[in-house]
Design a protein around this ligand. Structure first.
Ligand code: DAH
Length: 339
């Protein structure tokens, strides 16, 4: 009997099974009522009393070995089964949620696209600027209030270094390096020393346009503005130019468009005037051309500058400037359909 036990033990230790049916067959072979181990148990009854202790122990060990072995075979097959059942390689991947473009980028890109259809190309300049490019070259008088500490962020140790307050600084940078014809738009971030509120922010975005060539006239400016307004706000849009003042343009104007909410009839948004202001513009002052090394007797030009936030507010009725820099995803997701 001891031989039989050892033989079965060796057999059981090397058992293997490929699936649940094979494990069940092994269980029947060894552990069922008519299985090999049960048969041994039956034989055990006729074993002489003095061998009972030793053989009984061995038999129990064999039974435990068989039970453990079958359990571990069963477990191995179950994990293999679930591992393959859970992976369906033909399934399409779960969709990754797409981000949205920032509303200011959407509007900036649209402005760029409209002007590029007129032959304007992008020019960029630094945000940390010097007095010459932001003010002096643009005909700002020495005591102009815009230079005041209250408007401009200066670097304390060197008042010649400052954060640009407008993108007009890119005009002078380009004119210094390039002779006409010049036809550029300059998108970028600008900084002003303002308390942050719904209507003002210490940084915002502008797009500047500059066209310098022979015989550029006010009529060219006006037609460019009309084209821009209609492309941006729809073909029914009307424009109105009001005389204004900027140091770097002469004459200067501010442009209003017919209110795109009420179509010009008058509403609370346009304060019942039917018009909303959208940008500043004018003919480049000869002093500016000369300061940048361009002969003002041969060349003339126009320039315009607009706030991207302002245009975005008009297009999408965003009434609080702070929303643009808070990055609240719920706000940003509202622009999913816009690009
Ligand atoms: N730089 C002006 C501002 O920041 C905007 C502006 C007005 C730009 C008239 C121009 C212009 O080029 O001709 O308010």
């Amino acid at each position: 009997m001891i031989e039989k036990i050892n033989q079965l033990k060796a057999e059981i230790e090397t058992l293997c099974a490929a699936n649940a049916q094979e494990v069940e067959a092994l269980r029947i072979k060894y552990l069922s009522k008519k299985g090999a181990i049960s048969e041994l148990m039956a034989d055990f009854r006729s074993v002489p009393a003095e061998q009972k202790r030793e053989l009984g122990q061995k038999l129990n060990e064999l039974k435990n070995l068989a039970t453990d072995k079958l359990n571990s075979l069963r477990e191995g097959i179950e994990t293999a089964d679930t591992a393959t059942a859970d992976i369906d390689l033909s399934r399409t991947a779960a969709p990754m949620p797409l981000g949205t473009r920032h509303p200011l980028s959407i509007v900036k890109n649209e402005i760029i696209s409209i002007f590029s259809r007129l032959g304007f190309t992008i020019a960029e300049g630094p945000e940390v600027e010097d007095d010459w490019h932001v003010f002096s070259s643009l005909n700002f008088a020495e005591d102009h209030p815009a230079r005041d500490m209250q408007d401009t962020f200066f670097i304390q140790r060197n008042p010649d270094v400052l954060l640009r307050t407008h993108t007009s600084s890119v005009q002078s940078r380009v004119m210094e390096k390039t002779q006409p014809p010049i036809r550029i738009i300059c998108p970028g971030r600008v900084y002003r020393n303002e308390a942050v509120s719904a209507r003002a922010h210490c940084f915002f975005h502008q797009v500047e346009a500059l066209y310098v060539d022979k015989n550029v006239s006010y009529a060219d400016l006006r037609q460019t503005l009309l084209y821009f307004a209609r492309e941006m706000f729809g073909p029914e849009t009307k424009i109105r130019l009001r005389p204004s003042y900027f140091p770097f343009t002469e004459p200067s104007a501010e442009m209003d468009i017919s209110c795109n909410l009420c179509g010009g009839k008058g509403c609370s948004f346009c304060k019942h005037t039917g018009w909303v202001e959208i940008l500043g513009c004018g003919m480049v002052d000869p002093n500016v051309l000369e300061a940048c090394g361009i002969d003002s007797k041969i060349y003339s030009g126009f320039a315009l500058g607009m706030g991207v936030e302002r245009i975005t507010n008009l297009k999408y009725q965003v009434n609080d400037l702070r929303l643009f820099s808070e990055n609240d995803v719920r706000f940003l997701e509202e622009f999913k359909a816009a690009h």
